[in-house]
Design a protein around this ligand. Structure first.
Ligand SMILES: [Zn+2]
Length: 379
């Protein structure tokens, strides 16, 4: 069972080379027989080895278990609306190689899959990865993903219309790797839960502010995975009264149809056609921070919409920490600070008792989360 193997391997890794079988049984709560068999299978695969015990202890020395980080490597790819990032990790999730490219505008399933395979092949080559050690590929996709069937249902922010239903299996087949795909925010939440500032926090919410606006959830230590028809954290499509913008999803008035990076540009072009210097989300943010009233009028509205979505997540999941990430998040940025201000205005005081941070995982966040999910699926 891969879930036993994940539990046991995570515990051995956390022991930094000192965990004994007794420690593993205690920490994982697994029955002795199950634990013993799982450790044996991990040793057999070369993922774990027994270290020579120190002899100066009383009685029978317990044998410390260690992870062999080079025994298995994991790929993570994050296909964003603008950029696509690749990471190759070892069994301790140290990043061995990373690369980045521009996400092409969508022109059909075959063209996309061929492009993705080429990017992966060239990244693996640049990483000088020994192919037999690469065990699986995790994909994080900006859009609506059916992770059970490995299908991209839609990716509105990079041109994939709802119902496109692109199968990802051919990508895995061409590369000779098992593949697991989730949404960007699912991967982001996974990354933060395992590697971020609030790692191990059992009730964690992530917020992504970029071309799209999204959210991910870890609840009671469990990552909530989105499926079409039962989405998790799709705050970008909360309907905001008074918002007349048409969304990529087909509805009018979605949060991200105003606050998403591409839409901010559109709004600025329409409202202030004679001010081309504002026709870009990052430029708008900088101008608003300088006190430019045209920019402030747009960004403050965007921030108030963001706050509605984030407040909904707080009310639904009562997080113990919130982590922000994405191209629109800058600590000294107007949009980010203004979003927090609006959030404070909406939430009652007793609902604001949690720390808020900006992810230090940076642009690698979701690729790293995808690699971790591939490991959990296929170890
Ligand atoms: Zn929408």
């Amino acid at each position: 069972m891969s879930s036993f193997r994940v539990k046991v391997l995570d515990t051995i890794r956390a022991g930094h080379g000192d965990a004994s079988r007794k420690d593993v049984a205690r920490e994982t709560g697994l029955a002795w027989g199950t634990m013993f068999k799982t450790v044996a299978s991990l040793i057999q695969d070369g993922f774990v080895f027994e270290r020579t015990p120190l002899r100066n202890t009383q009685g029978r020395p317990s044998i410390p278990l260690c992870v062999n980080p080079d025994a298995a490597h994991w790929c993570g790819v994050d296909v964003g609306a603008c950029g696509t990032r690749f990471v190759l990790c070892d069994l301790n999730f140290r990043i061995l190689h990373q690369s980045e490219t521009t996400t092409p505008r969508y022109h059909g399933a075959d063209a996309f899959r061929n492009w993705l395979v080429e990017f992966l092949e060239s990244s693996l080559e640049a990483a000088r990865a020994e192919r037999s050690r690469v065990k699986a590929l995790g994909l994080s996709i900006s859009g609506n993903i059916d992770h059970e069937r490995g299908i991209i249902v839609s990716g509105g922010n990079w041109g994939v219309k709802w119902g496109e239903n692109m199968e990802l299996a051919p990508v895995g087949e061409k590369l000779g790797l098992p593949l697991f795909a989730v949404t960007t925010q699912n991967a982001a939440a996974c990354a933060e839960y395992h590697f971020g500032e609030f790692a191990g926090c059992p009730n964690l919410v992530t917020i992504g502010l970029g071309a799209g606006i999204g959210s991910g959830v870890v609840s009671l230590g469990k990552l909530l995975l989105s499926q079409p028809g039962r989405p998790v954290g799709y705050i970008g499509h909360i309907l905001i009264p008074g918002n007349t913008q048409k969304c990529t999803c087909g509805f009018t008035g979605c949060l991200e149809a105003f606050s998403g990076g591409n839409f901010l540009r559109e709004v600025a072009q329409r409202r202030f056609p004679s001010r081309p210097e504002l026709h870009d989300a990052a430029a708008l943010d900088r101008a608003a921070a300088r006190g430019d009233q045209d920019a402030v009028s747009i960004m403050d509205t965007a921030a108030s919409y963001n706050a509605v979505g984030i407040a909904a997540m707080v009310q639904l999941y009562a997080p113990e920490a919130i982590v922000f990430s994405g191209g629109q998040v800058r600590a000294d940025g107007f949009l980010y600070q203004s979003t927090l201000r609006h959030l404070e205005g909406i939430l009652p005081k007793e609902r604001r008792q949690f720390p808020i941070g900006i992810s230090f995982l940076g642009t690698r966040q979701s690729a790293l989360g995808a690699a971790r999910l591939a490991y959990e699926q296929f170890i």
